[in-house]
Write a protein that binds this ligand. Structure first.
Ligand code: ZN
Length: 110
């Protein structure tokens, strides 16, 4: 998988509940853990967000509308190959890979 955006540095700050990125293009961005959890890229969360966007009435599951950004204590996050991060959310969601391009975009939307 090819990525356009690569971080030079990633700081996962569990105390402040945020992740700070320094990108090769010179940008520095910060995402809260709640925001990252709300944008979990696993199949289940993707489907819930798509439904919410396409159906006139849809009740978002609480983990997306009011996310808890808690990570597993022993294994909060890992680097996946050359292209992304895998967060191990305490609520069991861990299948989604946050690619660097996705993370770079997320910040742009915020
Ligand atoms: Zn998910």
């Amino acid at each position: 998988m090819k990525t356009q955006h690569k971080p030079l540095d990633i700081a996962v700050d569990l105390k402040k509940g945020e992740v700070r990125f320094k990108w090769q293009d010179g940008r520095a961005t910060t995402c809260s853990l709640e925001f990252l959890r709300a944008n979990c890229p696993c199949a289940m969360c993707n489907e819930a967000r798509e439904k919410a966007a396409s159906e006139p009435l849809y009740v978002l599951p609480p983990e997306l509308s009011n996310p808890d950004g808690s990570l597993e204590k022993d294994r909060p996050v890992e680097i996946v190959g050359q292209y992304g991060l895998q967060f191990f959310w305490a609520d069991g969601h861990r299948a989604g890979i946050y690619t660097y391009d996705y993370l770079h975009n997320l910040q742009a939307k915020k």
